[in-house]
Design a protein around this ligand. Sequence first.
Ligand code: HEM
Length: 408
Amino acid sequence: MELSEALTFDPSDPGFLADPYPTLNRLRETAPVFYDPGHHRWFISRHEDVRSCLRDRRLGRNFRHVMSPEEIGVPPLDPRWQAFWDSERWSLLWLEPPDHTRIRKLVAAAFTPRSVEALREPAHELAREVLEPLAEAGEMELLYDYAQPYSIAVICRMLGVPLDRHRDLLDWSHRMVKMYEFDVPVEAATAANRAAAEFRDYVRELIGERRTNPQADMVTGLVEARVDGSRLSDDEIVSTVIVLLNAGHEATVNTLGNGMLAFARQPEQWRRVVDGVVSPLAAGEEMIRFDPPLQLFERWVLTEDFAIRGEPIPRGSKIAMLFGAANRDPRVFERPDEFDVARENAAQHIGFGGGIHVCIGAPLARIELEAGVEALRRSWRDLHVVEEPRRTGAFVIWGLDGLRLARS
Ligand code: HEM
């Protein structure tokens, strides 16, 4: 591909979505920093650059604490999707310091090594429990039958959210995360907004219940927490619970889907895990590196002095970091397009981000992936794809529509 072709990068093009890596690779090699006027974004694709942008305090996930939308020519938030904006308002992913520091400190208190470690055994048990009946059947749709119920059960266990509405939780989350894609169609935004309203009502009810009937769980912890002498507001608790529930399963589920597809296509790699040559923990890192469940994260330029690779980028600009491109940077990973579960430096992937927004759930995600793969390794020693899976059509939240697997 010529440079000019690479510069017309379109993340909604079906050809691109069928296999984005050839384009991402060419972009990274030919135009590592480029401005796309169509999408009004600067795309960054090399590992070193993405890593440094994630840690650069001149960039923020939000700009509203230092600039107004009018100042930088950004349209105001569309009032039609107010319930969605309300649900995001206090999400860690929407905040910058000092609010981000305050809320993150509270959430971090629940993600201590000890409390995450306490979920290890339950994660293994839940994985085995969900998988057992499927193993007997000999065929399953990996996402719907296994990864989703398993992953949502783990995060609900951590938060203290009952499992009776787990399909609603998945449905709300799936509809809401569509708002993170480029060019969201009106129907998708309407559905996301409705999901956010329902989700908020549900969490508000839960908060009320925990207030009258406290439990030893994280929702109660957030209700009772005090930072610098004051409590969190209900809106802050609602956003925090929603971001934990949504972030707590979407990426893990898609890592299992993307990763198990890679294994089904390269049975010799699965054999290494099944035979115990490579641990499920190590395999999890390569699954995230090879086909990350989150392909793109954005930052706003907050200062006048920002430049990357000598290219000045004006204040108020939007930067889009391409994780899949960075994870296949040959400057960091040898033979980056190969899925190699024994890769020694797989954990240098960008998959969990970096800087102040680095994934707070990464230690839990690692345990979940390890337990999830371990259970599969034991009962699905030989597996194959029953029908060629389809992608969801979204790029940012990168996953499969489903993955039908059978035992050979
Ligand atoms: C394989 C699984 C996962 C991947 C690849 C992943 C990836 C990420 C990434 C890249 C970010 C940073 C976004 C940015 O910098 O703009 C992030 C943030 C976050 N993740 Fe994860 N995540 C995973 C699992 C989880 C789990 C299991 C939880 C919850 C228990 C979780 C909760 C969060 C939260 C709350 C944030 C926001 C942190 C902040 O803004 O301060 N994630 N995740």
